[in-house]
Design a protein around this ligand. Structure first.
Ligand SMILES: [Zn+2]
Length: 418
């Protein structure tokens, strides 16, 4: 995300550098080494200089993906690489020093599109000062939006890009995914009243939620967080907050439906994801509280809006895949009210980034559904099906663990690799 931030202020930087480079030429400071460290998730580039120097690193997605490191006032004095060129490692291919540019810069050809995960300066170890730049792969679509050189104050261009931001499905992380289970209602809010001998919706949802928790815990792969694990009242927004604090990978809210004025009425389970109007509310909420944003200073509102659109789109796609998977696996246990995921603006689904579904386990107004839901054996079967769908959802996952835009943390400034 750092790269996106830097690009938004690129014009200002170029102006500042132009002013500096004229005076810098007379006493150029020297680059004395360029090194690479290859890690699972990123490549670390270390540029060593005799004195402490300012620099700016940014990815550029022209025809060939490149990383450019502007170093105002820099000269080249790397022994063994007198020609100012060399071969990188990991994500970095060949590189060259360009002293003739408006500002002296290092240009790295890249094996794929990257973003700058982090950049900082380390004080001298046994050599010089070390500029450290960590780069990591990034989906091509994100690069296109971020590196297209558009002026963030240009509303037409921003709109144009926003419409084209189509982040395809981003796999969830593999490493102990966090599942947040939200049994609906509770305490002074019983939900739909018990019918045909069953307890109320709030009690059925809690019983099902606890069953799902136990099944998932037995499988040992997940960290399970409950919004409530007893009969207490919880505001809808508190349920979202629980998911956020847990940095949930998925959120599932459990309910039982009720149809008005019907003798036997509709029956079967249904899965809901956030509707378009709900997405509008999610967008407004996110803009108001800003909590979803990756940490940064100095980013334009237009770029923030683009990031938000990516996040909402990513959430939507992931939620739909999870919802479809629930329907598929529970079809053998319960009749389905609809075979496709449905959409509605449920409050608990309004977080802007956590994939979220609401599972209506059946209709309490239907005698068969109601009796089934009131039976522990049926709930166990149904929740086993949901657990299977969670297994299926996480079967395709991303080992890097840095998949979601807003959950990418900062990486500690460890020693540079040699
Ligand atoms: Zn409900």
């Amino acid at each position: 995300m750092v790269a996106i931030v830097r690009l938004s202020v690129l014009k200002t930087m170029i102006a500042a550098f132009a002013a500096m480079s004229a005076s810098a030429i007379a006493h150029a400071e020297e680059i004395i080494a360029v090194r690479f460290g290859v890690h699972d998730t990123h490549t670390r580039i270390v540029v060593e200089t005799r004195t402490e120097m300012e620099f700016r690193a940014f990815a550029s997605g022209e025809v060939t993906p490149r990383l450019i490191v502007d170093i105002p006032g820099a000269g080249w004095a790397v022994s063994g690489l007198e020609g100012g060129q060399g071969q990188g490692h990991g994500l970095a291919g060949r590189f060259r020093f360009d002293p003739a540019a408006q500002s002296p810069r290092l240009i790295f050809d890249l094996t794929e599109n990257v973003r700058v995960r982090e950049s900082f300066v380390l004080p001298p170890g046994d050599g010089g000062y070390r500029m450290v730049i960590d780069i990591e792969p990034v989906p091509a679509q994100v690069v296109t939006a971020a590196n297209s050189g558009f002026d963030p104050s240009d509303q037409t261009m921003t709109q144009f890009l926003a419409e084209r931001v189509q982040v395809s499905y981003v796999p969830p992380r593999c490493e102990r995914p966090r599942i947040v289970i939200d049994p609906g209602h509770g305490g002074r809010d019983p939900g739909a009243p018990g019918r045909f001998g069953s307890v109320s919706e709030s009690h059925l949802a809690l019983a099902a939620g606890l069953a799902l928790r136990d099944i998932l815990n037995t499988r040992g792969r997940y960290e399970v967080v409950m919004t409530r694990d007893r009969d207490v009242f919880l505001e809808l927004d508190e349920r979202i907050q629980v998911a956020r604090r847990a940095q949930a990978d998925i959120f599932i809210s459990l309910h039982a439906d009720a149809a008005p004025n019907s003798a036997t009425g509709p029956r079967g389970a249904a899965v809901y994801t956030l509707s378009d109007s709900g997405t509008n509310r999610a967008r407004n909420r996110a803009r108001q509280d800003g909590e979803w944003l990756p940490a940064s200073n100095n980013r334009s509102p237009q770029v923030n809006d683009l990031l938000l659109e990516m996040s909402l789109q990513e959430k939507r796609n992931q939620s739909l895949i999870f919802a479809s998977s629930i329907l598929e696996s529970s079809a053998s246990v319960t009749p389905l009210f609809r075979r496709e995921p449905l959409e509605r603006g449920f409050w608990v689904l309004l977080d802007s980034q956590i994939p979220a579904v609401l599972f209506e386990m059946g209709f309490m107004t239907n005698p068969d559904d109601s009796r089934n839901l009131n039976t522990p054996a049926h709930r166990q079967q149904l929740m086993t099906a949901v657990a299977d769908s969670i297994d299926q959802y996480f079967a395709v996952c991303n080992n890097s663990g840095t998949v979601r835009t807003a959950s990418a943390g900062t990486v500690g400034a460890g020693p540079a690799s040699r």
